[in-house]
Design a protein around this ligand. Structure first.
Ligand code: SF4
Length: 461
C-alpha cells in the first residue's frame, strides 16, 4: 500500500496569509506567503517523511491548520538544517550544550546553543528525500556507532558522533554539569579524548543540591558563567560585556514571561484550546532555544500567546481533542508520549516538568547579571533534591488539573531512572492521583508495547 501523505489544505491559505511574519536574529523576515510555499512545495519534496501519516508520527491529518503558529513551528523545524548551514557560512559560532539550562549566556555571546536533538536535526536534515523509516534508521545508525565510541550506558550519543567525526561545524562543546543529565559526564569525557581536537571543550561546573542559598556557591557558579562567556568569546573573537548579558537576560525573561502566560491561559480553559502537540510546541518556544534562533522563537511565541488568549476567551476547542479528555502530566527528561495516539485513546497532555522548570524561573534584572543568572539557575526546581522537586511538581500538577502522572525515563538516563520512584511516591502520597513509570528507548519508532501501557493507564483513569 502506498504511503499516505499529509498536505496543507488550500482552504486555509487565505486566513494564514493574514498572520504575522517571522523575524530572525539577523533582522531578516519571512512572510506567511513564503512559509506557505515552503510547507506546500519545498518542504514535502525535501522531507517527505515528516508529511507521512502513520502511527509513529500520529495522525498528521489532524494537524491544526487553523492555528497559524502550528504551521510556523513546523516551518522552523523543517528549515532548521539549512538555517544552521547559513548561520555558519556567515561566521556565527555554534555551541553544543546538554542538560536543562537556559541559554542566556550563549545568546549574550552571540552563539547558537544546540542540544543533542537539534544537533541530530541539523545533521539529518542535510539529506533530502527520506521517508520516515529511512530517517529513523539513519538516527539509529549514528546512535549505534556512538555507543561503541562513547558508552552504551549513555542515552543521547548521536550529537557526540556528528561533532567528533567533523560532520558538523560545531565550534565548542560547553554544557553545564547539571544533575538531571547523566549523559553530560559521559559526553564531556568522550569529547576530551575524541579525535576532533578542533572543537573547544568547556564544562560549566554546577554545584549540586541546596546551593542557591549559599552565597559562595552562587559566586562560584557565577564565576563559571564568566569563564563560559570568555570561552565563547575566544571562539568568536568578540568581547561580551555585562551589558550584553543583561540584554540577553531581559530578552529571555520576555520569552519566559510569555511562555508562562501562555501555559497558564491554556490551563485556565475548561476546554483545551489546542491539542497536546501544539501546546507543547508553543510552550517550548518560551526558552527561545528550540529553533536555533531566539528572535524567530520570540516572534512566533508572541503571536501564539495572542491566539491562545482569543481561543480561551471564545471557548474554542483544539483540533482533534476529544470531549472531556483525561488530563495527563508527563515527568522526566527528553521524553514524551505519542500525543496523537493518546488523544485517540481519550487523553490530553497538559504539562511536562522538563523545560518548564527553567521557563518558569525568571532572572532578576537589577544588579550583577552573572550573579543573578547563577542564582536563578541554581534554583531550578528540576535540579533540586527529590522532596523539593516533588513539591514543585505537585504545584504544577494541581495548576494543570491533571488526572494522572506518567514518569518516563530513557534507557541510559541514570539520574531520572533513579529518582522516578521516590518522586512519584511523594506525589501519590500528597495528591492521591494515579501514577506510573515507563522506561523507553530514545530514537525508536515508538513501540506498540509502550502505547499499550499508556492506553491501559488512560483507560484506568
Ligand atoms: S534523557 Fe537524561 S541522560 Fe539523556 S540527554 Fe536527556 S537528561 Fe541527559
Amino acid at each position: 500500500m502506498g504511503k499516505q501523505l499529509f498536505r496543507y489544505s488550500e482552504a486555509n491559505k487565505e486566513k494564514f496569509l493574514e498572520s504575522d511574519n517571522i523575524t530572525f536574529n539577523d533582522g531578516s523576515v519571512v512572510t506567511p506567503e513564503e512559509i506557505w510555499h515552503y510547507l506546500t512545495v519545498e518542504g514535502p519534496e525535501k522531507y517527505p517523511g515528516t508529511f507521512e501519516i502513520n502511527l509513529y508520527q500520529g495522525n498528521r491529518a489532524s494537524r491544526d491548520e487553523t492555528l497559524p503558529t502550528s504551521l510556523k513551528t513546523h516551518y522552523l523545524g523543517l528549515t532548521f538544517s539549512e538555517r544552521m548551514e547559513r548561520a555558519k557560512d556567515k561566521g556565527k559560532s555554534i555551541a553544543f550544550i546538554q542538560g536543562g539550562q537556559a541559554v542566556d549566556p550563549y545568546t549574550a555571546a552571540d552563539t547558537i546553543a544546540l542540544r543533542p536533538f537539534l544537533v541530530g536535526q541539523w545533521y539529518h536534515g542535510r539529506e533530502h528525500g527520506n521517508d520516515i523509516n529511512k530517517s529513523v534508521l539513519r538516527r539509529k545508525q549514528s546512535k549505534e556507532k556512538a555507543f561503541h565510541d562513547m558508552s552504551f550506558e549513555a542515552c543521547q550519543t548521536g550529537g557526540y558522533e556528528h561533532i567528533q567525526s567533523g560532520n558538523l561545524r560545531v565550534d565548542v562543546v560547553a554544557p553545564y554539569t547539571v544533575l538531571r543529565c547523566s549523559d553530560v559526564s559521559y559526553g564531556v569525557e568522550a569529547h576530551r579524548h575524541g579525535p576532533n581536537k578542533e572543537v573547544k571543550l568547556f564544562n560549566v561546573d554546577y554545584p549540586l543540591r541546596y546551593q542557591a542559598s549559599k552565597p559562595w556557591a552562587v559566586e562560584y557558579f557565577a564565576q563559571n558563567l564568566r569563564r563560559l562567556v570568555k570561552t565563547l568569546d575566544e571562539v568568536s573573537g568578540r568581547k561580551t560585556t555585562e551589558d550584553d548579558l543583561l540584554k540577553a537576560i531581559k530578552l529571555h525573561n520576555e520569552g519566559r514571561r510569555l511562555g508562562t502566560e501562555l501555559a497558564e491561559l491554556w490551563w485556565s480553559a475548561d476546554i483545551p484550546p489546542t491539542n497536546s502537540d501544539d501546546r507543547l510546541s508553543l510552550v517550548s518556544l518560551a526558552n527561545l532555544d528550540m529553533h536555533g534562533d531566539v528572535q524567530a522563537s520570540l516572534s512566533v511565541l508572541k503571536e501564539a500567546r495572542n491566539i491562545i488568549a482569543e481561543r480561551v476567551k471564545n471557548g474554542v476547542k483544539g483540533h482533534a481533542v476529544t470531549d472531556n479528555p483525561k488530563r495527563i502530566f508527563i515527568l522526566g527528561s527528553c521524553v514524551g508520549i505519542n500525543d496523537s495516539r493518546s488523544e485517540d485513546a481519550g487523553a490530553i497532555v497538559v504539562g511536562k516538568d522538563d523545560q518548564w522548570s527553567h521557563c518558569s524561573s525568571l532572572v532578576e534584572e537589577e544588579g550583577d547579571p552573572f550573579y543573578n543568572l547563577a542564582k536563578a539557575t541554581l534554583e531550578y526546581p528540576y535540579e533540586q533534591s527529590i522532596e523539593k522537586r516533588a513539591e514543585w511538581t505537585i504545584e504544577q500538577i494541581k495548576k494543570s488539573r491533571a488526572d494522572g502522572v506518567i514518569f518516563i525515563h530513557n534507557w541510559g538516563c541514570n539520574t531520572q531512572a533513579a529518582v522516578a520512584r521516590p518522586i512519584l511516591d511523594v506525589i501519590k502520597r500528597e495528591t492521591g492521583i494515579p501514577t506510573y513509570i515507563q522506561e523507553r528507548d530514545l530514537h525508536g519508532l515508538q513501540h506498540e508495547q509502550e502505547q499499550n501501557r499508556v492506553n491501559a493507564f488512560i483507560e484506568m483513569l
